[in-house]
Design a protein around this ligand. Structure first.
Ligand code: PRP
Ligand code: URA
Length: 369
C-alpha cells in the first residue's frame, strides 16, 4: 500500500504523527510537505497529493490543515477524488464503507494525535461496500463529467449568451484550409467535408451521458462506461449536408438519418422546401442538423423548425463555416439550439455568399460547378 500525505503549517504536527504511524506499520508513503510549521498555502500541496491518488500512483491520501476544511475542498477539485473530512471514528469508517473515500482529511486543531492515528487505521483498513453506494459514487462521477463538458463548452463559446461553439481543434482548422482552397478538386473536397464532420461529431457529442456497466475482461470483472441509452438522429439539409453524413456515421453508426430538402431561391435568398423524410421515432431522439454552410441562416432556421415539429428531445446544428449574420438569425429564432461550427467568417456578400467562405458547398461536393 502507498499513501500520499500532505499538510500545511496548521497540520504539520499531526502529519508527523501520521508519518510515524505509517513508518511503524511499514506502509509506504510520499510526503508532499509541508516540512515545518512555517506558513504555506495548502492548495498546491493538496493538489499534488490528490493528483497522485487520482492517477493511481497512491492507494489513498491523508491531508491535514488546521480545520481540515480548506485542504479537503482543494483536494475535491481534482477529478476522481473523494476527500472526506473526518473528526471521529464513525465518520472514518462510514466514508470508506459508503463513499469509497480515497483521501482522509483531518484538522490539526480539531483532533489530537491519538485520535488521528485511530482514524488513519480505520480509514486504511475499511472496505467499500459497493452495491447501492456504487450507484451514488457513479452519480458523483457524472457531475464531474458534466462540469468538464460545461467547461469545454465555455471555452469554445464564441459569445457567452449565444449557444455557439467554435471548434478550433488544429486538425479541423488544418483541413478547413484545404477545403477553402479553390484549387481543391471535387474528390478531395468531398473527403475533407467528411473528415471534418467526423472531427466535429467527436466534439459535438462530448456531452452524451455515460452509465456504468459491468464488464468481464480476460483478467477480471470491472466497471466501465457506456453511452447511457441516448438515441441520435442526423438530419442533413440537402444537398450539401449529405456530404457530412458518412463522417458523422463513422462515429455513431447506429444513428438514424432523416433528410430535409431545401434550396435557396437565387432571387429572394429564401429557402424553398422540396423534400422531408424524418425517422418515425424522432420524439425519442437527440437530433443534429447538418449543413456545411450557415449563410443568411434561412435554411437552418426552416430546417430546425421542421425538425422541431416532430418533438425531438433536443436539437443541435452542426455546420463547417458560419457567417455572423446567420448566427444572429439562427440564435434569435432558435435560442435553445446549440450551434457548432469550425469557423465564423467575416460577412456575406450581396448574393448571400460567405466571405471568405469556400464558395458553393453543394456544387463543390457534387461537382456541379
Ligand atoms: C446552401 C447551403 C445551405 C444554404 C445556406 O445550400 O448548403 O443549405 O445554402 O444558406 P442560407 O443560410 O442563406 O440559407 P443551397 O441553397 O445552395 O442548396 P444546395 O445544397 O442544394 O446546393
Ligand atoms: N451556400 C453556400 O454553399 N455557400 C455560401 O457561401 C453561402 C451559401
Amino acid at each position: 500500500m502507498k499513501i500520499a500525505i500532505g499538510c500545511d503549517h496548521g497540520g504539520f504536527e499531526l502529519k508527523e504523527a501520521v508519518r510515524e504511524y505509517l513508518e511503524q506499520e511499514g506502509i509506504g508513503y510520499k510526503d508532499h510537505g509541508a516540512f515545518s510549521t512555517d506558513s504555506v498555502d495548502y492548495v498546491p500541496i493538496a493538489a499534488k497529493a490528490a493528483r497522485q491518488v487520482a492517477a493511481g500512483e497512491a492507494d489513498y491520501g491523508i491531508l491535514i490543515c488546521s480545520t481540515g476544511i480548506g485542504i479537503s475542498i482543494a483536494a475535491n477539485k481534482v477529478k476522481g477524488i473523494r476527500a472526506a473530512l473526518c473528526t471521529n471514528e464513525f465518520c472514518a469508517e462510514m466514508t470508506r464503507r459508503h463513499n469509497n473515500a480515497n483521501i482522509l482529511c483531518m484538522g490539526g486543531k480539531v483532533v489530537d494525535r491519538e485520535t488521528a492515528v485511530k482514524l488513519v487505521k480505520i480509514f486504511l483498513h475499511t472496505e467499500f461496500e459497493g452495491g447501492r453506494h456504487q450507484r451514488r459514487i457513479s452519480q458523483i462521477a457524472q457531475i464531474e463529467e458534466e462540469s468538464l463538458a460545461q467547461a469545454f463548452h465555455g471555452k469554445f463559446a464564441a459569445e457567452e449568451k449565444k449557444n455557439v461553439f467554435v471548434l478550433d481543434h488544429p486538425l479541423i482548422q488544418h483541413k478547413l484550409t484545404f477545403l477553402r482552397d479553390m484549387s481543391t478538386g471535387t474528390k478531395n473536397f468531398r473527403e475533407l467535408v467528411s473528415e471534418i464532420a467526423t472531427l466535429m461529431c467527436y466534439e459535438a457529442t462530448r456531452d452524451l451521458p455515460l452509465m456504468d456497466v459491468e464488464t468481464v475482461t480476460p483478467m477480471q470483472k470491472t466497471v466501465t462506461k457506456m453511452i447511457a441509452g441516448r438515441k441520435l438522429a442526423f438530419v442533413p439539409i440537402l444537398r450539401a449536408g449529405l456530404g457530412m453524413v458518412d463522417g458523422m456515421l463513422n462515429l455513431v453508426p447506429s444513428a438514424k438519418v432523416g433528410h430535409i430538402g431545401l434550396y435557396r431561391d437565387h432571387e429572394t435568398l429564401k429557402p424553398v422546401e422540396y423534400y422531408n423524410k424524418l425517422p418515425e421515432d424522432m420524439a425519442e431522439r437527440d437530433v443534429i442538423v447538418l449543413d456545411p454552410m450557415l449563410a443568411t441562416g434561412g435554411s437552418a432556421v426552416d430546417a430546425i423548425t421542421i425538425v422541431k415539429r416532430s418533438h425531438p428531445k433536443s436539437v443541435k446544428f452542426l455546420c463547417i463555416i458560419a457567417a455572423p449574420e446567420g448566427i444572429e438569425v439562427l440564435t434569435k429564432e432558435h435560442p435553445d439550439v446549440q450551434v457548432y461550427c469550425a469557423a465564423v467568417d467575416e460577412k456575406l456578400n450581396d448574393n448571400g455568399y460567405i466571405l471568405p467562405g469556400l464558395g458553393d458547398a453543394g456544387d463543390r461536393i457534387f461537382g456541379t460547378i
